[in-house]
Design a protein around this ligand. Structure first.
Ligand code: CMC
Length: 373
């Protein structure tokens, strides 16, 4: 196998060509379809970003109205989905609930010949599934979609039975910031599974599973748990920074570091500001925010983190906002999945439209030579 180039973790392997998301990790640039993330976070809605990512351009007023109407039309979920949710113990991690129930939706909504129709249906139903899984976990009655509400408002309404302006705007921004990030672990998983022509629900369920891990989307839950542990332990952030430098400890600073960003994560900058704003607007004083800021400061002045170019990533401050919005800790990564769904879908659509070859990496075999059994 001399011809095989080994690249563990695919740090230097381009797995596809893509016209969706651009990242310059040295300069801290992130753009969806050419639009800077800062501008989208400020001026666009999540509906527009979903459309932009999937279909390539900013929607016209007509296109947006049609898209929104389709999202409303498909928001309902088969009553039998409740039985799936209730068959799982209420203690099941929400990412396990979401991934497994999502994979079964093909039973009720089998794929059609119209890929774009399937896509809208999936976006609409995923939102309802997330909200219903929350209601089930809390033991609350299910709330049906309200055809008069936009995607984000309806999501909040199906979760909590109400919504307010500050929460809606924070939610749009968070979902936009999470919507795509080129070939990260879950997106590469979606492309991998999609390349076998597996059904779209199964493909997206695989993305959810990949996102769950604490080195990826699961970091947002892990960050809050870390901040709480620091607080319970007396609030000495230096102790945890020291521990993170010791490889033997097995402890890493959650929400720090990134494969591609080596100067800063532009999403983290926006989220940090948003955290201050949201907590202010909702009149919440969360000691975790102070601990997070202290931790960031101490780490950024530390030689170990400076030398390795480790900075706060998107997950570092997002959990503080989710908590302020009353989202339970083990639901944080589900929120990430809700935001990332249009990204996964856009990458899957691009892959299928170009009739991509099945993904099948090679290896360098290092096991025993032939032996006799
Ligand atoms: N705390 C302490 N040391 C770290 C950390 C950290 N959070 N991240 C990286 N390092 C060290 C790492 O040990 C290595 O040291 P050395 O060169 O001495 O061996 C060096 O920094 C380079 O790190 P790496 O492990 O080669 O980086 P990677 O590209 O393989 O992994 C990462 C990237 C994000 C998985 C990693 O930084 C990490 O585990 N961070 C904590 C989990 C996290 O916040 N994940 C969210 C990522 S962003 C959004 C998302 O994907 O959901």
């Amino acid at each position: 196998s001399g011809a095989i180039t080994l690249d563990p973790g695919y740090g230097n392997t381009g797995s596809c060509q893509s016209a969706i998301t651009f990242i310059d990790g040295e300069k801290g640039i992130l753009r969806y379809r050419g639009y800077p993330i800062e501008e989208l976070a400020e001026k666009s809605t999540f509906d527009e970003v979903m459309y932009l990512l999937i279909w390539g351009d900013k929607p016209s007023a007509d296109q947006l109205a049609k898209f929104r109407a389709q999202l409303v039309e498909h928001a309902g979920l088969d009553e039998r989905v409740k039985k799936h949710l209730e068959a799982l113990p209420a203690t099941t991690h929400p990412m396990a609930v979401i991934s497994s129930v999502l994979a079964t939706l093909s039973a009720y909504y089998p794929s059609t010949d119209d890929r774009d129709e399937d896509i809208v249906r999936l976006l609409a139903k995923f939102k309802s599934l997330v909200a219903w899984s929350y209601r089930r976990k809390k033991g609350l009655d299910y709330i049906n979609p309200d055809p008069n509400l936009g995607y984000v408002e309806d999501f909040l309404n199906m979760m909590f039975g109400s919504y307010d302006e500050a929460t809606v705007s924070a939610m749009h921004q968070l979902l936009i910031l999470h919507a795509d990030h080129e070939q990260n672990c879950s997106t590469s998983t979606v492309r991998m599974v999609g390349s076998s022509h597996a059904d779209v629900y199964a493909t997206m369920a695989a993305g959810v599973c990949a996102l769950w891990g604490p080195l990826h989307g699961g970091a947002n839950q892990a960050v809050i748990e870390m901040l709480e542990a620091i607080q319970d332990d007396g609030g000495d952030v230096s102790k945890y920074v020291t521990m993170a430098k010791d490889k033997e400890s097995g402890f890493k600073l959650m929400g720090f570091g990134h494969r591609v960003y080596k100067n800063f994560d532009p999403r983290a900058r926006i989220i940090k500001k948003a955290a201050d704003k949201v907590l202010d607007a909702l009149g919440i004083d969360d000691p975790s925010l102070d601990i997070a800021k202290q931790l960031e400061q101490v780490a950024l002045e530390d030689e170990f983190f400076v030398a390795r170019k480790l900075y706060p990533n998107v997950d570092f401050y997002s959990g503080i906002i989710y908590r302020a919005l009353n989202i339970p800790t083990d639901f944080f990564t589900v929120m990430f999945a809700l935001g990332r769904m249009p990204g996964w879908i856009s990458q899957w659509r691009e892959l299928r439209d170009e009739n991509a070859r099945i993904h099948r990496p090679r290896q360098v075999y290092i096991g025993p030579k032939q032996r006799s059994f």
